[in-house]
Design a protein around this ligand. Structure first.
Ligand code: UDX
Ligand code: UDX
Length: 458
């Protein structure tokens, strides 16, 4: 089966770059990315330097494919109707209320999408889960599709994304593997093959793995859990290094040189952030509990607990380093993104550290080369909202934050400088000759040379 038209619902960090690359590599397929957020779609259709997502190489791909066979639109129904294959790349945040609150994934957007697909489809469709979803979600999607359909046939595939922000385009060009889960029925196999045909335009066949739907769904959660587990493992040892006088970078290097272990994802840090790790592990924990596997649930939950411990430990280090009293003291926060080379701040450790410092009475100077001021304020606003504070109370607290335009501006006149994101500009800064030499530096990413004066590292 050769697919000629694709629709992707959700023009976010996943849907946008993934579809741009599919369109680039498959010029014969019309790819339409739709979103209910009209501002986001307008930005995708606007100047290349202002695309809604910053990813290295993305603008170049969009420049070639946009208007040729790549389109961004708010006409959701029309695009669904016209497509043979529909990707769902909508967000699946952790539930904030109801059963499983704080743990399970909120599937309301995915379910709404499925209902919509069923309602408007007049011809058979292949529906592809791109969003990371709890295991056995495909079942639920199928139920919705068939219940609401008008005799149309749907196949549901799972095709999780493994791209990391900051390297998304590179990851899409040269994926370690592409995973496609489908039903083992005749039509299921044909649909899987249709998606294999698309990826094989640029991915070597041996890297395209086909499995049943549940293996594919679970493999995504497990991959992220394993990656996050490595970070929590190394972070759990960083505090032991401090106590014993060992050096965590030397430890990472020594451990990683064992080729059975490997060197990636062993960098000690203030903790992992991003839209996926925490959410996916919580999902896994919830799933284990659902099946009565308390010990397994607890095992994975520990990865999150160490991450929370690490963020708190770093904040406490700053508070203790300033003699336990932050009242009225100015502190620079360098970096807000959850990692370098992205403008994304979802679950960024920076906001949790900032929260603790604000609570202790500090005045913050925040500088990030990529994250916008509004986003920083919204992040903190949302965090405070969870504590039950009113909007006025929160606005009052947030008066204690100033967003700065440059690193120099951020660090002048502060008592402490905290590095929260490993941006190149922070790595390359001449810390030995900084203007504000009295300020203590707290490096949450271990990017500053240990010889620099007045430095403490995570
Ligand atoms: C999301 C999930 O967070 C992740 O788990 C999954 O692996 C892929 O999809 P991301 O692309 O980073 O990741 O999310 P986001 O940038 O929030 O984009 C989702 C988009 O879907 C938003 O632009 C939102 O407006 C859109 N959307 C959401 C719809 O178009 N329709 C809906 O019903 C809901
Ligand atoms: C992750 C997965 O890598 C990707 O495969 C999946 O599809 C989505 O989730 P992403 O969240 O974009 O990607 O970022 P990633 O590079 O995995 O980093 C996650 C967090 O871990 C960041 O906050 C990063 O700073 C931190 N990290 C990473 C460390 O603290 N130490 C490390 O050694 C590596």
């Amino acid at each position: 089966m050769e697919i000629k038209s694709i629709c992707c619902i959700g023009a976010g960090y996943v849907g946008g770059p993934t579809m741009a690359v599919i369109a680039l590599k498959c010029p014969d397929i019309k790819v339409t990315v739709v979103d209910i957020n009209s501002d986001r779609i307008a930005a995708w259709n606007g100047p290349l330097e202002n695309l809604p997502i910053y990813e290295k190489g993305l603008a170049e791909v969009v420049a070639i494919a946009r208007g040729r066979n790549l389109f961004f639109s708010t006409k959701v129904d029309q695009s669904i109707e016209e497509a043979e294959m529909i990707f769902m790349a909508v967000n699946t945040p952790t539930k904030t209320e109801g059963e499983g609150a704080g743990m399970a994934a909120d599937l309301s957007y995915v379910e709404a999408c499925a209902k919509n697909i069923a309602r408007v489809s007049k011809t058979d469709k292949i529906v592809v889960e791109k969003s990371t979803l709890p295991v056995r979600t495909a079942e639920k999607i199928k139920e919705i599709l068939f219940e609401k359909s008008n005799g149309v046939h749907f196949e549901v595939l799972s095709n999780p994304e493994f791209l990391a922000e900051g390297t998304a385009i590179q990851d899409l060009f040269k994926s370690d593997r592409v995973l496609i889960g489908g039903d083992e029925t005749e039509t299921g196999k044909l649909s899987v093959q249709a998606l294999v045909n698309i990826y094989s335009k640029w991915i070597p066949k041996e890297k395209i793995l086909t499995t049943n739907v549940w293996s594919s769904e679970l493999a995504k959660l497990a991959s992220n859990a394993m990656l996050a587990q490595r970070i929590s493992s190394i972070n759990s040892l960083s505090v032991l290094c401090e106590k014993t006088g060992a050096n965590i970078d030397e430890l990472s290097k020594a451990i990683g040189m064992d080729h059975r272990i490997g060197s990636k994802f062993l960098k000690a840090s203030v903790g992992f952030g991003g839209s996926c790790f925490q959410k996916d592990i919580l999902n896994l924990v919830y799933l284990c509990r659902h099946y009565g596997l308390e010990e397994v649930a607890e095992y994975w939950h520990q990865v999150i607990k160490i991450n929370d411990y690490q963020k708190n430990r770093f904040a406490q280090k700053i508070i203790d380093g300033l003699d336990g009293d932050l009242k009225g003291k100015k502190i620079a926060i360098l970096g807000w993104a959850f990692k370098a080379n992205t403008n994304d701040s979802r679950e960024t450790p920076a906001k949790y550290v900032a929260f603790r410092l604000l609570e202790a009475g500090a005045l913050l100077h925040v500088f990030d080369p990529m994250v916008e001021e509004d986003k920083i304020r919204i992040d903190l606003h949302d965090l405070y909202k969870n504590t039950g504070k009113s909007k006025d109370e929160i606005d009052f607290i947030l008066k204690n934050i100033e967003i700065m335009e440059t690193l120099e501006e951020a660090i002048s006149e502060v008592k402490a400088i905290c590095v929260l994101t490993e941006w190149e500009v922070f790595k390359n800064y001449d810390w030995d000759n900084r203007s504000n030499s009295k300020a203590k530096i707290f490096d949450g990413r271990r990017i500053i040379s240990k010889t620099v004066a007045n430095l403490d590292r995570i």
